[in-house]
Design a protein around this ligand. Structure first.
Ligand code: GAP
Length: 464
C-alpha cells in the first residue's frame, strides 16, 4: 500500500473529449442549461440514467441479494436537526475558505495549489500573488425550513451523507431483520454539500448520490481493523467486476494525523482520473462513535444484546462509502477509447468506443434489421427485439448504413449487436434460416447464432 501521490500525468484533452461525448450522446448535461446552468449540479440523460441505474443495481445486488448479512433501507433526506447536532456535522462539517481580494473569487484554502486564479487562468491562487483573507470555516450543509415559518426552530438541513439515517434507524432495522452481528445496512440516495469549488465535471458536485454500507461488528478494535481490511478487498473485487481494474485504483492508507475525528482507520480508494488521482470511495472504521453519540443525545438505547455472551454493548462500525457519480465518471474514463479501424470500404477511420463491462452497460444489445424497407426483415427484427427486451435493455436501430449503426452503438458502449439479414430469412439456404449475426463490440468479431439460442448466449455475458 502507498500514500496519496499523483503519479499519472493529467490529460485535459481526454477529459474534454469525455465531457463532449457525454453531452453529444446524452449521458450527462449541465443542469438548467438553457438558463446558463447551475454550478455543481448535473442532469443525466437517457444513456446516463441507464448507466447510473445499472451501477446502483449492481452494487445493491452484490450488497444485499448475494449476501445473507446485509439489508437495505431508504431514509428521508430531511431529518430532525438533532441528528446533525449529535453526529457533529453542525459544528465540524466544514471546509476552510478564503476570499481573494484581488480577483474576488472564493477558494478552498487547502486547494490553492490546484485551483485556477480568477484573473490569470494559467496560474493557481498559490502562485498568482493575490491578496487573500484569513481562512475561515464554511459549513457545507444546505439549510432549509420545514413548514411555513422560517425561524430557527423550523430550520433543517439537506442531508450531506446518507449514513446517519442508518445509525438512527439501527435499532428498528436490527429488530425486523433479526440478524446477529456482524450485520450491515445499506442505502443509496442523494446527498447535498454546498462545496466551495465544485469542479472536474461531476467529480465534485453540490448534489450527488452515495452508496453507503454501515457494517455493524462486535466492539473490539481488533475486529474493527480486520473488517476494514475485509471490506477493502470486497470493494476492490466489486470495482473489478464493473470494469475498473485494481491496477487503476490507488489505496491511500490515511495516516493517523489525517483521520476524521470518528475514525481509527481509513482507506481511501483513489482512481487515476484524467485530472489526477482522486478519491472514489472511503472505507472507514468509525468505532462506536456514531451510535454512542445518538444514544447519548436521544436518550434511547442503541445497544446490541449478545445472546450467547449475555452481554449488551454498542456495536462498532465499518463504513464503505462510495459516490455513485464518481463511480460513473470513473467508468466513463476507464471505458473511453479511440482506435483506428477499417470501414466497410477498407478505409481507415477512427472509432470512438466506450468499453463498458456488459453488466453495467446502459444498453446491452443493439438490434439492426439490415434494411428498413423490407417487411420480412423488419418483422423478424421486431420478433428478436420482443424476445430480448424482456430480459435486457435493447436499442432498435434501422436508420442508415449498418457500419454507421455499429459505430453509434460503439460510442454508446453497447456490448452486443444483432443484425437480421437475408440469411435470417433463409434466402441463402435453409441452414442459415432463423440465425442472426451477433457482433461483439470490443473485438468487432461476428458469429452466426440461432435466434432460439440468443438468450442463452447473451444472458451469462450481461449478468455478473
Ligand atoms: N459517510 C461518509 C462520507 O460521506 P465522504 O468521504 O465525505 O464520506 C463518501 O463521502 C463518498 O461520497 C466520496 O468518496 C465520494 O465518492 C462521494 N462524494 C463526497 N462528496 C462528493 C461531492 N461533492 N461530489 C460527488 N461525490 C462526492
Amino acid at each position: 500500500m502507498t500514500t496519496a501521490t499523483d503519479p499519472q500525468p493529467r490529460d485535459a484533452q481526454k477529459m474534454e473529449k469525455i465531457v463532449s461525448l457525454c453531452k453529444r450522446r446524452g449521458f450527462i448535461f449541465q443542469s438548467s442549461e438553457i438558463y446558463g446552468g447551475l454550478n455543481g449540479a448535473w442532469d443525466y440523460g437517457p444513456l446516463g440514467v441507464e448507466l447510473k441505474r445499472a451501477v446502483k443495481d449492481h452494487w445493491w445486488r452484490h450488497m444485499t441479494q448475494l449476501r445473507d448479512d446485509i439489508v437495505g433501507m431508504d431514509g428521508s433526506i430531511l431529518m430532525n436537526r438533532a441528528v446533525w447536532k449529535a453526529s457533529g456535522h453542525e459544528t465540524t462539517f466544514s471546509d476552510p475558505m478564503v476570499d481573494c481580494k484581488t480577483c474576488k473569487k472564493r477558494f478552498r484554502a487547502d486547494q490553492l495549489d490546484t485551483s485556477e486564479c480568477g484573473q490569470k487562468p494559467s496560474k493557481t491562487p498559490a502562485t498568482c500573488g493575490g491578496d487573500f483573507t484569513e481562512a475561515r470555516a464554511f459549513n457545507l450543509m444546505f439549510k432549509t425550513y420545514v413548514g411555513p415559518v422560517e425561524d430557527d426552530s423550523s430550520m433543517a438541513y439537506l442531508r450531506p451523507e446518507t449514513a446517519q439515517a442508518m445509525f438512527v434507524q439501527f435499532k428498528n432495522v436490527l429488530e425486523v431483520a433479526r440478524k446477529k452481528l456482524p450485520f450491515g445496512i445499506v442505502q443509496i440516495g442523494k446527498a447535498f454539500r454546498n462545496e466551495i469549488n465544485p469542479r472536474n465535471f461531476t467529480f465534485r458536485s453540490r448534489e450527488f448520490e452515495q452508496m453507503e454500507l454501515e457494517y455493524f461488528i462486535p466492539d473490539s478494535e481488533a475486529d474493527g481493523l480486520r473488517w476494514t481490511d475485509y471490506w477493502l478487498e470486497e470493494r476492490l473485487k466489486w470495482y473489478e467486476s464493473i470494469g475498473i481494474p485494481r491496477s487503476k485504483i490507488h489505496i491511500y492508507d490515511v495516516p493517523k494525523e489525517k483521520l476524521a475525528h470518528y475514525s481509527k482507520k481509513t482507506y481511501d480508494l483513489e482512481y487515476h482520473f484524467p485530472f489526477g488521482v482522486q478519491e472514489l470511495e472511503g472505507i472507514a472504521y468509525r468505532t462506536d462513535f456514531d451510535l454512542k453519540q445518538h444514544q447519548n443525545a436521544s436518550g434511547k438505547p442503541l445497544e446490541y444484546f449478545d445472546e450467547e455472551q449475555k452481554r449488551k454493548f454498542i456495536p462498532h462500525v465499518v463504513e464503505p462509502s462510495a459516490g455513485v457519480d464518481r463511480t460513473v465518471l470513473a467508468i466513463l474514463c476507464e471505458a473511453y477509447a479511440e482506435e483506428e479501424v477499417k470501414d466497410e470500404a477498407g478505409k481507415t477511420e477512427t472509432r470512438t468506443v466506450l468499453r463498458f463491462a456488459p453488466c453495467i452497460a446502459p444498453i446491452k444489445c443493439g438490434i439492426f434489421p439490415l434494411l428498413k424497407n423490407k417487411p420480412e426483415l423488419v418483422a423478424k427484427a421486431k420478433e428478436v427485439r420482443d424476445l430480448l427486451r424482456n430480459h435486457m435493455t435493447i436499442f432498435y436501430d434501422d436508420a442508415g448504413a449498418i457500419g454507421r449503426r455499429y459505430r453509434r452503438q460503439d460510442e454508446a458502449g453497447t456490448p452486443f449487436g444483432v443484425t437480421i439479414d437475408f440469411d435470417t430469412l433463409g434466402e441463402k439456404g435453409p441452414e442459415l434460416k432463423d440465425t442472426v449475426t451477433l457482433r461483439e463490440r470490443d473485438s468487432m468479431k461476428q458469429e452466426r447464432v440461432k435466434i432460439s439460442s440468443l438468450l442463452e448466449t447473451l444472458m451469462p455475458k450481461i449478468r455478473t
